[in-house]
Write a protein that binds this ligand. Structure first.
Ligand SMILES: *[C@@H]1O[C@H](CO)[C@@H](O)[C@H](O)[C@H]1NC(C)=O
Ligand SMILES: *[C@@H]1O[C@H](CO)[C@@H](O)[C@H](O)[C@H]1NC(C)=O
Ligand SMILES: *[C@@H]1O[C@H](CO)[C@@H](O)[C@H](O)[C@H]1NC(C)=O
Ligand SMILES: *[C@@H]1O[C@H](CO)[C@@H](O)[C@H](O)[C@H]1NC(C)=O
Length: 343
């Protein structure tokens, strides 16, 4: 009896509530069992020349049979919708959002989740994306030429048609010139409104500079520089070689002056030593002879030694150490006394 009652009860329960329980179980199993896959990582939208690509990495431990699905939202409209080309991506695939983000001025966001037949992951959101400000523009084509103490930079829009009826030229708003002097790497940066022809002034003539150019959109802070383009401000051959000649000539003149000076010094020292060894004794001899003659004349003239003469000879003995005063005294007093005193 008891078993029968239980059976009836179970039957009743099953029959009465089965649809709802079944629903509940399905919903419950979906919720509980499904959100067990790891969510995708590193979800980002990269954009070059207004082509937008979403990339991601599977979360760690994601099964190999996992697929990924992408949804996007207009932030203005705030309703998520699926992206037709990106419903069942594989782990290494990317999602091309170029045709999805139609309005270059609008703000968008994307999200992606992993799923298998009986499991899903949470959604992972990308950052907010605005096509016009987040895209990276290709740098313009550059032609560089010198103009004396300046450079002329001609810019040309790459011959490429963008999507959504946009032209690259319409997107170029500002141009950044990075100028570097080849010789020593001295550099500066110019940020100018976009123009086909640009002049970079106040440069050194006859010197090589290298210029890299990058273009930016209106609200755009992302850019990639062009390769460096190099040119001389003016033909280097004449001026720099002239300068080189001048340097060589100056060097030559300095060398000659140096040799001349050294020669003079050497010759001068030889001359002075000769003077000391040869000329000085002879001149001393001369003064001695002259002195004797002078004294004899004095003796003949005065006939006696004066007190002043004795004083003079004493002076000369002292003055032998200081020749200037000795000369003075010898001119005043008898030169012969000096000569005697020296010898
Ligand atoms: C289960 O999923 C339903 C919709 O599928 C949702 O309304 C509900 O909140 C989820 N429950 C839990 C616990 O996440
Ligand atoms: C999914 O997100 C909820 C909270 O939003 C979190 O509790 C849960 O752990 C996440 N599941 C996985 C698999 O990361
Ligand atoms: C993305 O889609 C655009 C438009 O269909 C196409 O021109 C472009 O080549 C695609 N880019 C990639 C990387 O598939
Ligand atoms: C999901 O299905 C696979 C077989 O397809 C099974 O091995 C796995 O245990 C299932 N996981 C859950 C949570 O039901």
């Amino acid at each position: 009896m008891m078993e029968l009652w239980m059976l009836l009860l179970l039957l009743h329960l099953h029959l009465g509530n089965s649809p709802r329980i079944k629903d509940g179980e399905e919903v419950g199993s979906l919720n509980v069992s499904c959100v067990s896959l790891p969510a995708p990582l590193s979800v980002s939208i990269s954009s070059f020349n207004m082509q937008h690509i979403l990339s991601f990495l599977p979360g760690p431990g994601t099964p190999s049979d996992t697929h990924f699905t992408v949804e996007v939202v207009h932030l203005r409209k705030n309703s998520w919708r699926q992206v037709s080309g990106c419903l069942e991506l594989l782990a290494e695939q990317t999602c091309n959002l170029t045709m999805v983000f139609k309005d270059p001025y609008d703000h968008y966001q994307a999200r992606i989740k992993a799923f298998t037949s009986n499991q899903t992951s949470n959604w992972t959101l990308s950052g907010v994306f605005q096509p016009l400000s987040d895209t990276v523009l290709e740098p313009p084509d550059v032609t560089l030429s010198g103009c004396g103490n300046c450079l002329i930079v001609q810019l040309a829009v790459p011959a490429r048609k963008l999507l959504q009826n946009l032209q690259l030229k319409e997107l170029y708003k500002r141009v950044i010139f990075h100028v570097q002097r080849t010789r020593d790497g001295a550099q500066f940066t110019l940020n100018l409104p976009y123009n086909d022809k640009n002049e970079i002034t106040y440069l050194q003539p006859g010197v090589e500079y290298c210029v890299t150019v990058s273009a930016r959109g209106l609200f755009n802070s992302n850019y990639i520089p062009s390769k460096p383009y190099c040119a001389f401000t003016s033909p280097p051959s004449s001026k720099s070689s002239n300068a080189l000649y001048v340097v060589f000539i100056l060097l030559g003149v300095f060398c000659m002056l140096g040799f001349l000076f050294i020669g003079l010094v050497v010759y001068g020292s030889q001359l002075s030593s000769e003077l000391i060894t040869e000329h000085l004794p002879r001149s001393l001899l001369n003064t001695f002879i002259q002195g004797r003659q002078h004294r004899r004349a004095q003796l003949e003239f005065s006939g006696h030694f004066s007190a002043s003469q004795l004083h003079g000879s004493a002076n000369c003995l002292l003055m032998a150490h200081s020749p200037v005063q000795a000369l003075k005294s010898s001119s005043e007093q008898g030169a012969g006394d000096c000569a005697l005193a020296l010898t």
